[in-house]
Ligand binder design. Sequence first.
Ligand SMILES: [Zn+2]
Length: 401
Amino acid sequence: MSDLLLTDVRVWGAGDAPRDVAVRGGRIAAIGSGLPADGAEVFDGTGCLIIPGLVDAHAHIDKTLWGTPWHPHQAGPTLIDKIENERRVLKTLGLSAEVQSARLLRHMVARGTTHVRTHVDIGPDIGLAHFHGIQAMRDSHRDWIDVEIVAFPQTGVMIKPGTLELLEQAVREGAEAIGGLDPVGVDRDPKGQLDGIFAIADRHGCGVDIHLHDRGDLGAVTIDMIVERTRALGLKGKVVISHAFCLGMVEPARLDGLVDDLLDQDIAIMTHAPSGPTPFPPVRLLHDRGVRLLSGSDGVRDTWGPLNTGDMLERAFLLAYRSGFRDDSSLEVALRMATYGGAQTMGVTDYGVTVGSAADLVMVEAETAAEAVAFHPMRRLVLKRGQVVARDGRSLLPVAA
Ligand SMILES: [Zn+2]
């Protein structure tokens, strides 16, 4: 691993003055001006901005169609339509989760993503095949990107007997968190699904990350039930609710109470700023109240829709766009969700552009973080633990099979 000296860069959060960033042994060794090269490879940053590696904290990389011919969207409008369509298409195409995820990761790295938390499908129809594929890919890519796995019951839990046992097996085999899916809307048995999932988290000490698309009061009551179980089992700080559309729909007084509970149990909220008229959480309000927020691509180029691109800087733009953000501090909230928020949820402790942190860094052609979000421009350089993994928008990873 060669040492690097990035010269004439701006550091997010450290003012406008040009600085140098020295990288040694995979870590940030110094930040200052006029730092000596000391034999390191020098990279002229020409005034670009340095941000920490982007964190895609909610992806589904096991079932992307990346690298295959364009797939026109065919699913019906409901969640169940999309689930059934996906099972049909994936079965027909016979793709490998290991190969597909590697294809997509290569692209994500080019866009500056250094950490991915991916929900991996597990169910009676496919067993642990996707999970094992992602584990193999994670092992072969560990020098390039960090991957965390959420064991995800895409086809439901209580309506698909055997799913809970498979989820627990995945946790035994190393999944960092257990997922859930619309305990009411999909299973019509919120107590059954939540008790089952939380019992597994309790037995193994893993995290919990529940997809909650159920809207309005149905979603709000589900959050109440998640809070109850988090509190009862002492899982404070280990639970994420993904999507949580209902937070963008309930009355202000109800929202206020839900936020109190989220804060009390340090439950994080993930939103990817869904497209169209879909309601989504009030990001700025939640941020200002102190709720932990994170974001992710969700499915990229898959049977769920064609518009997600796997670019977390663009995702921050979309969060800002749908939230109606204009001022710099709000645009930075969106970027924090795509960086620090996800890193914290993944338990990454040596993260950030500070001396001693892992050199997981992205050089962006922008003056400020707000400009980086607004224009999500070219990533000139991407470092993973000090190693250059992408340059000028192109990944340097070996081409996947
Ligand atoms: Zn998802």
